[in-house]
Each structure stands twice: as C-alpha cells, then as structure tokens.
Design a protein around this ligand. Structure first.
Ligand code: 5GP
Length: 189
C-alpha cells in the first residue's frame, strides 16, 4: 500500500516516489544538456516551489550555465489557486541575447508560465524554454506551451519535493496527493 501522511487533518497518499523523481530529473537534464550543447543558458528558478527541483536539476547539468531566480505569489495558505499572479522578486541577470530556461515545480492553470513569458519575451532572449517537474494536463489552459515535462498528473492537490501545504511539507522527499474524501452517506441510507 502507498505511504500515507496526515497534514492539518487532511490525508495525503504517496503519488511519485523519490526514486521516480530522481529518474525524471536525470532524464530532463539529459535532454536539456543535449539541446543546449555549446551554449551557456541561464536557468531561472521560480520561487518558492521549484527550489528543490532546481537544485537537483542543475547538478545534473553538464554544460556551462548560470542561475537566477524569480519569485511569484503562490497559493498562499490555501489549496486552491487565487487565479492571480504577482511578481515578488525580479531577475538580476540580463536576458537580452541569452538562452533562458524557466524551471517550474508545477504547471496547473498555466497562468504563471504565461505571466513569465510576458515578462521575459519583451527583453529579447535568444531562446526561451520552460521545464516543469509536474504538469496538470486537465487544468492547464489550452495553448500553454511547456518544453520539458517530468510527469503529467491529474488535477489533484499535491505536496512535497518543494511544494507546500500552507508553507509546510516542502521538505518531503516524495510527492503526495490529497486523498479524496469519500462522499458522505445520506441520512437513512
Ligand atoms: P498555475 O499558475 O500554473 O495555475 O500554478 C502554478 C503555481 O501554483 C505553482 O508554481 C505552485 O506554486 C502552485 N500550485 C499549483 N498546483 C499546486 C499543487 O497541487 N500543490 C501546491 N502545493 N502548489 C500548487
């Protein structure tokens, strides 16, 4: 049976093991290394959620590279997206003429990725790619383009490996999904 944990009274079930995450990170890094041979891309981590994925991915990168970070507003303390993206920390690097690789933990509606594209494209990068560990295929806005995907997952709320629940549980080594509560039986049945 899959491992389970309880956070704030909610039950979560292991969805992607540490071993599978490691294999996906290696696969993504291999593709990125191959596609960017001879270039010096800038990896841009989207804080806070991507920090663990970013650190693991970057250590599998064998070509020359630089790093920088953007901080966007997140879910706050909730399990449901506010539908609003705000920039909390801008880039320090020069984007013009550079090969940019955005590193996201998860793409849900795709709003954040769209926001980042609108922020970076006017600065004339030579190329702009997006890598995400998790991609919620059922909730993403049609037309959202992501270049490298670790896992396609259903629209469940997930935590661990950098992803939080009310700022906690980012330090879990595996990824866990919220266990759906069974519908309550009607009175008298
Ligand atoms: P989007 O803008 O694509 O709707 O959402 C992207 C951001 O929402 C992610 O970077 C992450 O901060 C947050 N997010 C989306 N889905 C989840 C989830 O299942 N769990 C957690 N902890 N955060 C999520």
């Amino acid at each position: 049976m899959a491992a389970q944990i309880t956070v704030n009274g909610d039950r979560f079930v292991e969805m992607i093991s540490e071993r599978r995450i490691k294999a996906a990170v290696r696969r993504l890094a291999k593709e990125i290394n191959r596609h960017h041979r001879g270039k010096t891309p800038v990896f841009i981590g989207i804080l806070n959620g991507s920090f663990i994925f970013f650190a693991d991915l970057i250590r599998e990168i064998t070509i020359d590279c630089e790093v920088d970070f953007l901080k966007l507003s997140s879910y706050g303390d909730a399990k449901i997206s506010s539908g609003e993206v705000r920039l909390l920390k801008d880039l320090n690097c020069q984007v013009e003429g550079r090969d940019i690789i955005i590193v996201e933990d998860i793409v849900d509606t795709g709003l954040s990725v769209e926001y980042i594209r609108h922020l970076i494209e006017p600065q004339n990068p030579r190329s702009l790619k997006v890598v995400t560990l998790l991609f919620k295929s059922d909730s993403v806005k049609p037309g959202t383009h992501v270049d490298y995907i670790g896992f396609r997952i259903p629209s469940d709320f997930v935590i661990g490996y950098g992803l939080d629940y009310a700022q906690r549980e980012r330090n879990l080594k595996a990824i866990y999904r919220l266990h759906a509560k069974p519908p309550r039986a009607k009175a008298g049945t």
